[in-house]
Design a binder for this molecule. Structure first.
Ligand code: ADP
Length: 489
């Protein structure tokens, strides 16, 4: 297990569970009960460097492992993970406050990710290219890059750690994963257990954990290390921006999936019952702690009053509390700091004139589903990502106006439109500055094969197994001549 029983998490380096070089640990606390779940290795730059060395050493062998063998490892890993379904859901609830529904969503994604990655083992492929030089055959060959570092957040820990690691691995790279300090087990140690047991060679996948407030040292070491060829990062825009600045200095390519301020637009011809259901799910799933969650709901005026009433009533009635209770929809906020931020932003908005239609009062460690309206533009909540179950409702004269308002955001991750006219939905989608748009759905959707990512302040590059070869392979131009050529001198 991840060190000594799953609740203690050590680094996983070169196929072994190891202590931090410094010997330090930190307590991993449950956001619901506050209980200490276990001690976690408090890693530093030296630990990160050890992990990179192990990943580099494993690279040659892993890259040469035949596809059928790689494929078998991912399929075996999927079976092993599936067999631990209920245990993983319990771990997610304990470690991250994730409820039963979203735990199931995470498991579903992770299993599909592994099974689709098994097919990716037969990639990367290349192309033959026509050449104007007589007797030259030209190829574009995709090759794994070497060591890929993944930095993942806690909010969808199993999915996002898996997404950071499995695509790069399947393409023949080796990986060093840095989980969030809030999810060292479900976002790190668990993946090491599964992949190790499935037969992944030692060193191909490594995990380095660290104490709260100490991500920078590990992240910087990964960024600066010349043997780390790519970084992928999922997290907040301020952190992503800092990483991108540093990566620029090292001329290192990064995939960044960052914050969102995602609109859900309800057109006047929408089925109102469906629109309310979709908005409730999209705004409050996993207590609003998903990067794709609807943060702003725009409703065309004819539907606005009834929609607001029904939406607020549903929000106010959502069961809130213990994430282990299957009935719970809104579980605990990840930590006190995040809860305080939600409270502060809601209070600020109310101070500036916003009206609270539902929620608005913290119930520590939860923040109940909250609907605000009449939120002035200067309120932080109307433009900055606020990671929790708080949504801003706005009445608009037209869905086109909603698109224009949504496009004023610095972010552009996910968006959705609910309308009785799908053609209009597609027209509006084409005008939305967002990496992802769903017509007649809410914005929280993901599948391993889809191009997942944003525009503007939501990042660049795309996750998604179908697109992983573009991000995590090097394209090499190779030519071969079938006869000697003549040179001019
Ligand atoms: P979130 O609010 O979703 O946790 P963060 O951007 O703070 O967003 O965290 C996402 C990931 O980035 C986590 O793994 C966290 O430890 C890591 N992180 C935070 N600060 C840094 C940093 N300075 N360098 C590298 N990684 C960091």
């Amino acid at each position: 297990m991840a060190g000594a029983g799953w609740r203690d998490v050590r680094h996983f380096i070169g196929g072994d569970w190891v202590e931090a070089g410094s010997g330090r640990t930190y307590p991993n606390r449950s956001p619901w009960s506050g209980e200490v779940l276990g001690e976690v290795a408090a890693g530093d730059a030296e630990d990160a460097e050890r992990a990179v060395a192990a990943a580099h050493e494993a690279f040659g062998r892993w890259a040469r492992t035949l596809p059928w063998e790689r494929q078998r490892i991912f399929l075996r890993a999927a079976d092993l993970l599936e067999a631990r379904h209920d245990e993983v859901l319990r771990a997610l609830a304990l470690e991250t406050g994730c409820g039963r529904h979203f735990g199931g969503v995470q498991m579903d994604f992770a299993l599909k990710l592994l099974r689709q990655a098994a097919q990716l083992a037969y990639r990367p492929d290349g192309e033959l290219l026509p050449s104007d030089v007589e007797g030259t055959r030209a190829m574009a060959v995709r090759r794994p890059v070497g060591v890929v570092a993944g930095i993942a957040p806690w909010n969808s820990s199993v999915v996002l750690a898996g997404r950071a690691s499995i695509g790069p691995l399947a393409l023949g790279n080796t990986v060093v994963l840095k989980p969030s300090e809030e999810s060292p087990y479900t976002g790190g140690g668990l993946w090491a257990e599964i992949l190790h047991e499935a037969g992944l060679p030692a060193g191909a996948f490594n995990v380095v954990t660290h104490a709260p407030g100490e991500a920078g040292a590990v992240g910087d070491a990964l960024l600066a290390h010349p043997l780390v060829k790519r970084i992928n990062f999922t997290g907040s825009t301020p952190t992503g921006r800092r990483l991108a600045e540093k990566a620029g200095r090292h001329l290192k390519r990064v995939v960044l999936q960052l914050s969102g301020q995602n609109p859900l637009i309800v057109a006047g011809d929408a089925d109102i019952a469906y629109a309310v259901d979709a908005a409730v799910y999209g705004a409050f799933v996993h207590q609003g702690q998903v990067c794709m969650c609807a943060r702003r709901v725009y409703v065309e005026r004819p539907l606005a009053e009834e929609f607001a009433e029904r939406f607020a009533a549903r929000a106010a009635a959502l069961p809130t509390g213990d994430p282990r209770d299957p009935a719970t929809v809104v579980g605990p906020v990840i930590n006190e700091w995040a809860l305080a931020l939600l409270d502060r932003r809601v209070k600020e908005a109310v101070g500036l004139g916003a009206r609270v239609l539902a929620g608005g009062v913290p119930e520590p460690p939860c923040y109940p589903a909250t609907v605000l309206t009449d939120v002035p533009d200067e309120a932080e909540i109307s433009h900055g990502e606020t990671f929790g179950a708080v949504v801003v409702l706005e009445v608009v004269d037209s869905a086109e106006e909603a698109v224009a308002r949504a496009n004023r955001s610095d972010f552009g991750l996910a968006a959705s439109i609910i309308t009785g006219d799908t053609q209009r939905g597609l027209r509006l989608a084409a005008r939305l500055d967002a990496g992802i748009v769903h017509v007649n759905d809410q914005p929280v959707n993901d599948e391993p094969q889809m191009p997942f990512g944003g525009v503007k302040g939501s990042g660049w590059g795309r996750f998604g197994l179908g697109f992983a070869a573009e991000e995590f392979c090097e394209l090499q131009w190779v030519t071969v001549r079938d006869q000697n050529r003549t040179f001019p001198f």
